[in-house]
Design a protein around this ligand. Structure first.
Ligand SMILES: [Zn+2]
Ligand SMILES: [Zn+2]
Length: 175
């Protein structure tokens, strides 16, 4: 049995490096990421689980996501294989095909990943940070939104009718 519990990101990175030093096969093609110049690092992503940068030959995983799922190697491995599949797809079919294409899905599946499309942050414990934060001048309540909103506090306005006294004020913008 391979170890599946990690207490530090360094230990996790060791395991990831091992995975990247394996031969993966598809349709008679072989791919050994590490031997072919690919490298790994953790990134600061909170909206995506990981990234495959073909330009930099870099595979990265969200540090935050890894910390939140440290004891779930099955999950982290699944995401890692998804990212590596992008690299393998690029190697065989070129950059244009390396997105979530049918070719990609076949390769990801053959590598053992069950994640064949976009990954939703919430499913991995990641909370997508707000872009806009509003406060009601009446009750002080706050609203975090992905999109800009215009309106008044429903609690204070007492109905859905717009009340300028309780117009929500933009207090923070996280872009
Ligand atoms: Zn992907
Ligand atoms: Zn209010």
């Amino acid at each position: 049995m391979e170890r599946t519990k990690f207490s530090t990101l360094d230990q996790l990175k060791d395991q990831i490096t091992k995975e990247m030093h394996k031969d993966y096969f598809f349709n008679g093609e072989v791919f050994n990421p590490l031997n072919e110049g690919w490298w790994f690092q953790f990134d600061n992503g909170t909206r995506r689980m990981g990234q495959c940068s073909i330009h930099l030959k870099r595979i990265s995983l969200s540090r935050k996501m890894c910390e939140l799922n440290m004891n779930r190697w099955d999950l982290i491995e699944d995401i890692l294989l998804h990212e590596l599949a992008h690299a393998f797809t690029e190697k065989i079919y070129g950059k244009e095909s390396s997105g979530h294409t049918p070719q990609f899905r076949r390769i990801a599946k053959s590598m053992g990943s069950s994640l064949l499309g976009s990954m939703i942050p919430k499913s991995f414990g990641l909370r997508v940070p707000y872009r806009y934060k509003y406060r009601c001048p009446g009750c002080g309540g706050t609203w975090e939104r992905q999109k800009k909103i215009e309106g008044s506090c429903r609690a204070c306005s007492g109905s859905n009718i717009y009340d300028p006294k309780f117009k929500l004020v933009l207090v923070d913008e996280a872009l």
